[in-house]
Design a protein around this ligand. Sequence first.
Ligand code: NDP
Ligand code: 2IT
Length: 451
Amino acid sequence: MSIAENEIRKFEHGNCAENNVFYQAMEEVIYSIAPLLESDDKYIRFGILDRLVVPDRIIKFKVTWLNDDNQVQVNTGYRVQFNNALGPYKGGLRFHPSVNEGILKFLGFEQILKNSLTGLPIGGAKGGSDFDPKGKSDFEVMKFCTAFMTELHKYIGPRIDVPAGDIGVGAREIGYLFGEYKKITSSYEGALTGKPYFFGGSLMRPEATGYGVVYFTQSMLEIENKEPLEGKICTVSGAGNVALHVIEKLQEIGATVVTCSDSHGTVYDPRGIDLALVKELKSNRSTSLEAYVQTHTEAKYTPVSEYPEGEHVVWNVPCYAAFPCATQNELYEADARNLIENGCVSVSEGANMPSTPNAIALLQSHKVCFAPAKAANAGGVAVSEFEMSQNASMSKWSYEKVNFKLQETMQMICKRVALTAKDYGVEGNYVDGANIAGFKKVADAMIAEGI
Ligand code: NDP
Ligand code: 2IT
């Protein structure tokens, strides 16, 4: 039995379905890093994997708040502090009814390696709640955030753990969370990132993840000797923070984006997505994209109920480059086959783990350039770290400076991932390159820091 198989067997006990996404993320990493484990036995000797796959701590707490009808509401809050070998715990908060410990463990685990790849001093964490911001008034969101922070503040701080946004958590939520943190601790410090610009946020944090995905893809296509994105047809899933800024940057560089989607359905507009309209429709978290076709009769809206079994209609639209930017496991094997048959050249993950393992294997076996989330979407957390830096030095960076550093970071990650893959005999495999490069840095720090 290979070292990787042996390691995976060790961890795959217990059959709690909640943990499936965590095992999915972990298995991919263990298979990828097999050549590293085989080349140097110190990672096994120091028990690095046994230590890395168990979070330092999982904080789980009750969040009680009053809705607008003064009825008591109860949700569960979490913070998974996974690993701080490289710096303070860092990672987003997700507010979505599907949130559970397994999802946050997968996201926190991915975050360790993603943050390592940025080369910045940040560890990995994730948190959130099963609270659903959809259909809630502003005041209800504020009351929930206040109640959530009443407990969370005990565990975070600029040198301890610095949460940020993710699904369902944007500048509005971070603003309320920051306000409560400040009130409870009587201190004005960068314990959260993604704050609105006028009270401590960084320029470009809202755009950073999406723009970074495009910067990464540009680098990858160049390294792989493929034609650039300019003038090409692209498909994007999602219509949230990441998707909208991927679309914005693609349009800015002259690509035509013909799709976007949300949890209710997909818009296909062959003339190119009207971004201003999508932004307007999605400015309220509860609105669906269906209204898009009322003013754009050339476009087609397909509700989720009409998606073919096991497929997402976004990935059946012919494109040069595809960008899954909504959520985990939203690009299946059948979708990968559709993309390949339609001549797709690259797939870049804006969301965390949007492609299933079978889809990735198929894309890679057909030589589609594949940019994994932990490398491609690291621009968001990188600019979060720039925000921590600005907060710590009480300074503000210009848009040009942040944009330059973001571009530099994404190019650096891309080159490092490509080079690592080559060094370990899997040239062109950005999944293995990212996992090996990300893992090695954290593992070496863990060894150097002792047990
Ligand atoms: P948002 O809440 O802004 O947007 C999420 C989008 O995905 C919405 O269009 C939403 O549709 C859709 N969506 C969410 N859940 C589902 C689901 N179960 N099925 C179908 N569609 C769904 O989140 P972000 O854009 O911030 O996050 C998107 C992805 O990017 C996530 O995987 C996140 O972890 C990842 N990410 C985010 C970063 C950031 O800086 N924000 C950084 C790196 C990664 P609807 O509006 O109908 O709910
Ligand atoms: O998945 C992610 O990288 C994020 N949600 C952003 C994390 C952060 O700390 O900015």
